[in-house]
Design a protein around this ligand. Structure first.
Ligand code: UDX
Length: 468
């Protein structure tokens, strides 16, 4: 059964590659209108970095996994089509800043309707607001005939960046939403058969279309809400002498709570959490549920507050001014093991530092220099790249970033920033004194750094000696 995909969202590629890997009897074609991306998929330099992806693609490419720009041909020959397109937050018009822009979902759906010559099961893979499948269904049904029928399914993806391949190989669950009709259930069974190639049947869950769509937004909102909850507690910890790691550990041991996603940080980032919550906020408002909207909005507001609060702590410790001071920013990605910077807390921190007239030296092991310039010159606090370049230096090591700096700020939890992996004595010796280190990720051993001479400030922990 040919399975195709139209066009590209960053993690649809790995999903379909794993489907091909685990189902050698299926032909999977990944299509994208972007020829450069398809050329990259067909090269040794894949357009996405995910550990394990190269091996999966190498094994299947040319066997039962193909990459093409011929969208029409792929639609015509396929039985099952995953629509895995971008659904960015709208930047203008109704719902700007909150609602998902569904123009790519709609155009992909219209494309299928226009080109298809045989029955298709269309699978909504992109994260979409609840009831998007209804719009897709109306478009598809308006184009069906006695000999051409479309079925629509929702099949949200729960994988996280950096662990896409292990997440896909061993998912907690696979969710398939369908209409509660014989055709709907039969379409869901066909998709379940694809996943059954490697996922135990007991973990393939079928449910109604709308529950499935909402579950994806709900899962991300709940995960983000846990981080905002522990971050809210981190503020109380800093003011009382409680230690947020200990509070998190104590709470996480309760099996009803569990330990995951309770790590305090300078704020969550990534392409999904904020976008999906804002989507949920917009949905709640559209449904005339203002209290529900306010509840979820607060999760994002807490995240913004955390970044402001951390910055204020830095300013206050650096004698209430950052003007002309050099800040070494360790990490720019939104989390470790990825070069992705979307919604990274480091961007916000850097912009705050620039607004305070600081000089910022940035080092990240995986983020491209051009990406950093792009992120910092987006319209907002500073829009003039030349002016930004006077304040920002991008460095090729943590050591060069720290040279002559007044403080180090850890914004991403890269393993290489841990005390055992960096020569902090060398860093200390090259810095201005007093040398400050602000850990926004709780990854360093403050005692060891204090012994070297650093003044250490960790998120969710009071300053040393403050509560003795
Ligand atoms: C997330 C969801 O985990 C995934 O299921 C969904 O499909 C897409 O969105 P991702 O954005 O790749 O995945 O990253 P994730 O590992 O969830 O981390 C998101 C952010 O939260 C990162 O900035 C991370 O550093 C932060 N985080 C995570 C914390 O601050 N504390 C935690 O305890 C966990």
């Amino acid at each position: 059964m040919p399975v195709n995909r139209i066009p590209n969202e960053s993690l649809g590629g790995p999903t379909c590659a794993v489907i091909a890997h685990k189902n050698p009897h299926l032909k999977v074609t990944i299509v994208d209108i972007n020829a450069t991306r398809i050329a990259a998929w067909n090269s040794d330099n894949l357009p996405i970095y995910e550990p394990g992806l190269d091996e999966v693609v190498k094994e299947c490419r040319g066997r039962n996994l193909f990459f093409s720009t011929d969208v029409d041909a792929a639609i015509i020959e396929s039985d099952l089509i995953f629509v895995s397109v971008n659904t960015p937050t709208k930047v203008k018009g109704v719902g700007a800043g909150y609602a998902a822009d569904l123009k790519w979902v709609e155009s992909a759906t219209r494309h299928i309707a226009r080109v298809a010559t045989s029955d298709k099961i269309v699978v909504e893979k992109s994260t979409v607001p609840c009831r998007t499948a209804q719009s897709m269904r109306v478009i598809l049904e308006a184009n069906s005939t006695a000999n051409l029928k479309f079925d629509i399914l929702s099949n949200p993806e729960f994988l996280a960046e950096g662990t896409a391949i292990p997440d896909l190989m061993k998912p907690d669950r696979v969710l398939i939403g369908s209409l509660d009709t014989d055709r709907g259930r039969s379409a869901a069974a066909s998709l379940a058969d694809v996943y059954a190639g490697w996922v135990p049947r007991s973990q393939i869950i079928t449910m109604n279309l709308w529950s499935s769509e909402l579950s994806k937004l709900a899962a991300n909102a709940i995960l983000a809400q846990r981080i905002s909850s522990i971050n809210a507690l981190s503020a109380i910890c800093e003011a009382t002498g409680a230690d947020v790691d200990e509070v998190s550990y104590a709470c996480g041991l309760d099996t009803r709570i569990g330990p995951k996603f309770l790590k305090a940080s300078v704020g969550f980032g990534g392409s999904c959490f904020q976008k999906d919550i804002l989507n949920l906020v917009y949905l709640s408002e559209s449904l005339h549920l203002p209290e529900v909207a306010a509840y979820w909005k607060q999760v994002v507001e807490m995240n913004e507050y955390q970044k402001r609060r951390f910055t204020n702590r830095i300013i206050s410790k650096l004698f209430n001014t950052l003007t002309g001071k050099r800040i070494a920013l360790f990490g720019f990605a939104f989390k470790k093991d990825t070069g992705d910077t979307r919604e990274s807390a480091a961007i916000t921190l850097a912009k705050y530092f620039l607004a305070e007239s600081a000089l910022v030296s940035i080092y990240d092991p995986k983020v491209d220099e051009s990406q950093i310039w792009m992120d910092l010159s987006e319209p907002g606090v500073e829009s003039n790249l030349d002016a930004i370049k006077k304040q920002v230096t991008i460095c090729d090591s943590a050591y060069s970033a720290a040279e002559g700096a007044d403080c180090v700020v850890i914004a991403t939890e890269w393993e290489e920033f841990r005390v055992e992996n960096l020569d902090y004595k060398k860093i200390y010796d090259s810095m201005q004194k007093p040398a400050f280190l602000f850990d926004g990720r709780l990854i360093i051993d403050s005692k060891k750094l204090e012994d070297i001479g650093f003044q250490v400030e960790v998120i969710g922990k009071g300053s040393t000696g403050a509560f003795e």
